[in-house]
Design a protein around this ligand. Structure first.
Ligand code: SF4
Length: 121
């Protein structure tokens, strides 16, 4: 037995959701009606990534590059954490140009003590 979704085009685009077909995701005619073998965290993450891509493509969400450029104009300083870099095997040469330096948590806390706003992400 087979079933063909009337909303699926030959290139696997969903005309209902205006995106790539992922049977069973929110908004799909099959959502909540069946359990799919692919209902994994990976599928859920893919749906989130697609949602972000759609937001960026629609112009409703600024790209990270644009947000970063705006924040830098406002005086944002960005420091990379050396422990995170080591854990992720990132070298200093691989850091993007917007990074102002490398600073560990202890140094950051001392530096940030006098700041009015600071984040450690
Ligand atoms: S996502 Fe669902 S509704 Fe859309 S084409 Fe795929 S099966 Fe059909």
């Amino acid at each position: 037995m087979s079933w063909g979704c009337p909303h699926q085009l030959n290139d696997y685009t969903c005309t209902r959701l205006k995106r790539e077909c992922h049977p069973g995701i929110k908004g799909c005619v099959l959502h909540g009606r069946f359990v799919f073998a692919g209902d994994t965290e990976e599928v859920k993450v893919m749906a989130k990534v697609d949602s972000i891509r759609r937001g960026l493509a629609s112009g409703g969400t600024q790209s990270l590059d644009a947000l970063l450029a705006d924040a830098k104009k406002l005086g944002l300083k960005i420091y990379a954490c050396p422990n995170a870099m080591a854990n992720l095997n990132i070298s200093q040469k691989e850091l993007i140009g917007e990074i102002d330096g490398i600073m560990g948590l202890s140094a950051f806390l001392g530096y940030a003590r006098g700041a009015s706003v600071n984040w450690y992400i």
